[in-house]
Design a protein. Structure first.
Length: 501
């Protein structure tokens, strides 16, 4: 059972320390730069035509392929890395580039052959490419250098720029049009930048509206803001390696410990456990036995139970694993991505819907949630719902992740279960309205706990689990921010369990 922690790659200039660029920023930067290169490439060729050369369709296609080739183009390469804010927009951006080039060509190629008109066309392309290189750096989080922006502009329309220089030499078929062409270039640059956001929103992704939890279908239990959690995904073992706490399916419902704040021992008030019993404890070693015994024991102890459901990866030990294999085979290998880091047999799933992948996955998840509900769980949490910043080998965009995660939340609510957002801190602002609480692994370790504040502000609890950082660091910070934090080991047995409060 994997934990999708989602680390980011640092982008730093020599001799400086820069903030990490998100995958969305990196993708937008690549696409913006590619659009500029295509525009400059085409206008260079148009300049040659305006100067009297024959049009070369092969070279024109090469300019286009640098951006839009489905395998080797800049857009395809950027999306293959995953993490783009949006995907599948190569054709739309190509249309914007082509319309700009046609517009500028029509305005400047009014008499051929003409060296002046040829130079103006090249200058327009150079300015567009120059500005979009700077905008790409800005998209990557490196800021926009106003002085360099001015240098790009001056090459075209400055006192010593191409247009002024060519017109001073005479022979131009158009004159005093530097400002007009500059406005066309600037409008084009603005359009490309607007088309390539560095982060997706539900507005741009087209998320469905949030669905309220259906109280006719279930209890829709809302966890209190202050609730002490336990996170146990593996059955407790006896010293000899056998199943411990057999009557509760390997779940230790009698566990207690002194909190970091001191005082008497306390017990968990909510347990996050798998809906399937660990095969160590299941009759005959089966991997297909619901842990109703664990849920019942948790309720008998006066606590609530959250159902752990893996939604974004395929685990080979799951009883429905063959259905995933069959779908992948039928669609020609469209479903499975790379193995999850640290879990070699577990693979990321393509949550896009180009070949019905997302629809299939949601159907499988729905069946799992039905079992959670039948087992008596009070809520559900979906794991591995942060694919886009990970090395999945799949072109999963931020927008695609938003569509998947909001669909999961709405799915749980239609079944009368409240639902927790697992990790995915970069999309908290968009997803908070859909989810009733948050579960996070190692936000202290990765210095990202403040991203969860919107849940607390909304009165929705945050359950924080840390594996590496000590209680002396975790607990004061968590208490100050009103997060419910515990310290565990990454294997997620019943112990160790150190509650912060």
């Amino acid at each position: 059972m994997a934990s999708a922690l989602g680390t980011l790659l640092a982008v730093a200039a020599p001799g400086s320390v820069a903030r990490a660029a998100t995958p969305g920023q990196q993708c937008a930067a690549s696409k913006i730069k590619a659009a500029g290169k295509k525009a400059a490439c085409l206008l260079l060729l148009d300049g040659k035509v305006a100067g009297g050369a024959m049009a070369d369709p092969i070279k024109v296609q090469r300019c286009a392929d640098r951006l839009g080739d489905p395998e080797k183009g800049a857009f395809a390469r950027a999306e293959a890395r995953g993490g783009c804010a949006i995907g599948g927009d190569a054709a739309m951006v190509e249309g914007t580039v082509d319309a700009f080039v046609v517009d500028v060509y029509g305005a400047l190629n009014v008499g051929t052959p003409n060296a002046c008109q040829a130079a103006k066309l090249r200058a327009a392309g150079k300015k567009a490419g120059c500005l979009l290189v700077l905008q790409a750096r800005n998209a990557a989080g490196r800021g926009l250098d106003a002085d360099k922006v001015q240098v790009c502009k001056d090459r075209l329309s400055g006192p010593d720029g191409t247009f002024a220089r060519e017109e001073a030499q005479g022979g131009c078929m158009t004159t005093l049009d530097a400002d007009t062409i500059e406005m066309k270039v600037d409008a084009f640059v603005d359009a490309i930048v607007a088309a390539e956001p560095t982060a997706a929103t539900c507005a741009t992704a087209g998320c469905p509206p949030p669905v309220a939890c259906d109280t006719m279908a279930g209890a829709c239990w809302q966890p209190p803001l202050v609730t002490r959690p336990q996170y146990q995904l593996q059955a407790a073992h006896t010293p000899s390696g056998d199943c411990d706490f057999v009557a509760s399916g390997g779940i230790d419902t009698a566990i207690s410990a002194m909190p970091f704040t001191g005082g008497p021992a306390v017990s968990p008030e909510v347990y996050d456990i798998d809906f399937l019993m660990d095969s160590l404890c299941a009759p005959g070693g089966s991997n297909d036995v619901d842990n109703t015994a664990g849920v019942n024991a948790i309720h008998t102890a006066g606590a609530k139970a959250i159902c752990y459901v893996d939604a974004g990866t395929d685990e080979p030990f799951r009883p429905d694993h063959q259905a995933f294999v069959d779908f992948d085979t039928a669609c020609g290998g469209c479903l499975f991505g790379k193995p999850v880091g640290g879990f070699r047999e577990e693979h990321w799933l393509d949550i896009d819907d180009g070949q019905g992948q997302r629809t299939f996955i949601l159907g499988q998840v729905s069946a799992r949630v039905d079992r959670c509900k039948t087992d008596g769980f009070d809520a559900v949490e979906f794991d591995n719902v942060e694919a886009y910043p990970n090395n999945t080998g799949l072109p999963i965009s931020e927008a695609t992740q938003l569509l998947f995660n909001t669909a999961l939340a709405n799915l749980a609510h239609t079944k009368g279960l409240t639902v927790g957002l697992k990790n995915d801190v970069a999309q908290v602002t968009e997803l908070r309205p859909y989810f009733d609480f948050a579960i996070n692994e190692e936000c202290q370790e990765f210095n990202e706990c403040s991203t969860l504040d919107p849940f607390v502000v909304a009165g929705k609890p945050v359950y924080q689990v840390e594996y590496q950082v000590g209680a002396g660091t975790v607990c004061p910070a968590a208490k100050g921010a009103n997060r419910n934090a515990i310290l565990k080991s990454v294997d997620l047995f019943d112990t160790p369990w150190t509650p912060c409060r």
